[in-house]
Design a protein around this ligand. Structure first.
Ligand SMILES: Cc1cc2nc3c(=O)[nH]c(=O)nc-3n(C[C@H](O)[C@H](O)[C@H](O)COP(=O)(O)OP(=O)(O)OC[C@H]3O[C@@H](n4cnc5c(N)ncnc54)[C@H](O)[C@@H]3O)c2cc1C
Length: 493
């Protein structure tokens, strides 16, 4: 192996030359002008120009990149569409970004077995579009589904509006092919409903690019429901709306989607989308029923009864497919709409037990005063998966720092009430400090042991998702005596 050059430019030249020797023309970008578009993901507050970007077109090329990087000890950041909201695809200054943009083929669609085999760069929505001719679709539907890739969905265990009834990515993926840092292909899971041995597929799903590169995914397809209708219920305070969510589930109803938007969100989105939302409401709930016409009619009546009993001030039911889509369009466009009323926003992602919704919403309202920033709430209420959008202006000195502190306080409250610091957006860079709040050292060590078992040289997406003892000490959760960290053998990155 040649010596490691001492400058970044020298290192770039060395690694790019080695990669170019193994990959076809056009697969390696090393000019900063070409790599600039990869400097951040959806969490644009964090940016880092990568040393090199690779664009493999086959599994063999993925393996060649991994071999080269392992031999030269170069960290690798996998990247799908870059829509992640936690900085998971944030590059490393002396690292290689491995983009799956060109691995975008649907390999096989089996309508009889109700499965699709796809490359990792296939867009989430493209799977449902391809399956539509057979009356089938892929159920997990992140709001970013028009752009985000199935590889990114697997890495983040992504969810969406329909996951309350149909499950998250982990419940809808049967098998993944993975390229390991050792340059091997392994298959986790199988096309059968269960596989012998330890369930490594579940370990891998949600591992945020730290264990291997997904090169192929087999997903389940489900039949499109014959009918779907949505109830829109208004409430005059968020606490009552939060309690109404708990009442729906307590009544034994499993809606196809159950989402909440508070007044700030409704007023933010309505002029943008004209979804027909109640501008006087303090909060609205969108609650969907799907199934046969009979099942839907019966469930809609039950939903209306629960909402009336829970104090709804107005109720509307979609009367056509067009109206149903219109009701949802507001919810699906809530994030883009935030850009119309605030120069910047910071999207949080914590999950709490449903019965704590009212308490946490009240807590967030109180924090708006403490931190002097507005926050709009639009989220998967049925799952207890909250997405507070903290509105701020990065050009105002101190506002970004206050937004970060506000976000950390929300996550701490989520943990306090028995929840978690992420529901579906992952930990990435953004929530790495909050991991020190949620987990003790022994749990974090166990995570590192799993990481090491898959990636002994620690080259795959290092410094993300699992905090080192050093980081937790700096964050103030760990008592460090005399400046000596426990577990000195653990990597410091
Ligand atoms: C407007 C908007 C709405 C959103 N709504 C939702 C939502 O409703 N639900 C939800 O869950 N998320 C949502 N997200 C977040 C984001 O879209 C998801 O996390 C999505 O799964 C990311 O996919 P991606 O292809 O963009 O991955 P990227 O952002 O490129 O990467 C995400 C992570 O996956 C890793 N990765 C990517 N590809 C691979 C691979 N082939 N092998 C191994 N690791 C890989 C990366 O290293 C990174 O850690 C939203 C984002 C936006 C911008």
């Amino acid at each position: 192996m040649s010596a490691t050059p001492s400058t970044l430019a020298g290192r770039r030249e060395q690694v790019a030359a080695s990669l170019r020797a193994r990959l076809p023309d056009g697969c390696v970008l090393s000019d900063p002008e070409d790599t600039r578009p990869y400097e951040c993901d959806g969490l644009a507050a964090y940016r880092q120009l990568p040393m090199i970007v690779t664009l493999p077109t086959s599994e063999e090329e993925v393996l060649a990149i991994l071999d080269t990087c392992r031999e030269l000890n170069v960290p690798i950041v996998p990247r799908g569409a870059g829509t992640g909201l936690s900085g998971g695809a944030l590059p490393i200054a002396d690292g290689v970004v491995l983009s799956t943009a060109r691995l975008n083929r649907i390999v096989r669609l089996d309508a009889y077995a109700r499965t699709a085999v796809v490359q990792p760069g296939v867009r989430n929505l493209a799977i449902s579009e391809a399956a539509s001719q057979y009356g089938l679709y892929y159920a997990p539907d992140p709001s970013s589904q028009i752009a985000c890739t199935i590889g990114g969905n697997v890495a983040e265990n992504s969810g969406g509006v329909h996951c309350l009834k149909y499950g998250l990515t982990v419940h809808n993926v049967l098998r993944v092919r993975v390229a390991t840092i050792e340059g091997e292909i392994i298959e986790l899971g199988s096309e059968a409903l269960d596989a012998p041995g330890l369930d490594l597929l579940s370990v891998f799903i949600g591992s945020e690019g730290m264990l291997g590169i997904v090169t192929e995914v087999t997903v389940k397809l489900v039949p499109k429901p014959a009918v779907a209708q949505v109830v829109m219920a208004s409430f005059d305070d968020v606490i009552t709306a939060g309690n109404a969510v708990a009442s729906i589930i307590a009544a034994g109803i499993i809606p196809a989607g159950l989402e909440m938007m508070d007044r700030t969100s409704v007023r933010m989105v309505e002029p943008f989308v004209r979804a027909g939302y109640d501008l006087d409401a303090a909060a609205i709930l969108l609650c969907e029923a799907d199934g046969t016409a009979l099942e839907v009619a019966e469930e809609i009546e039950r939903m209306k009864t629960v909402f009336e009993g829970a104090g709804a001030t107005a109720i509307a039911v979609s009367q056509s497919e067009l109206e149903r889509m219109r009701f949802w369009s507001g919810r699906k466009n809530a994030f883009p709409a935030a850009g119309r009323i605030s120069p910047d926003y910071y999207c949080m992602d914590g999950t709490i037990p449903r019965k704590q919704l009212a308490r946490v919403l009240q807590g967030i309202e109180d924090m708006e005063n403490t931190f002097g920033l507005r926050c709009s709430n639009v989220f998967h209420a049925g799952d207890g998966n909250m997405h507070p959008l903290i509105l701020f202006d990065a050009n105002q000195p101190g506002e970004f720092e206050r937004a970060e502190a506000f976000g950390a306080a929300i996550l701490a409250l989520c943990v306090e009430v028995g929840g978690t610091i992420t529901g579906e957006h992952g930990v990435g860079m953004e929530k790495i400090n909050s991991m020190c709040v949620q987990f003790g050292r022994k749990e974090l060590d166990a995570f590192f042991d799993v990481k090491r078992a898959f990636d002994a040289p620690m080259l795959l997406n290092p410094d993300k998702a699992i905090p080192t003892p050093h980081r937790c000490a700096e964050f103030g959760k760990m008592h460090v005596h005399g400046g000596e960290l426990p577990f000195p053998d653990l990597p410091r990155f």
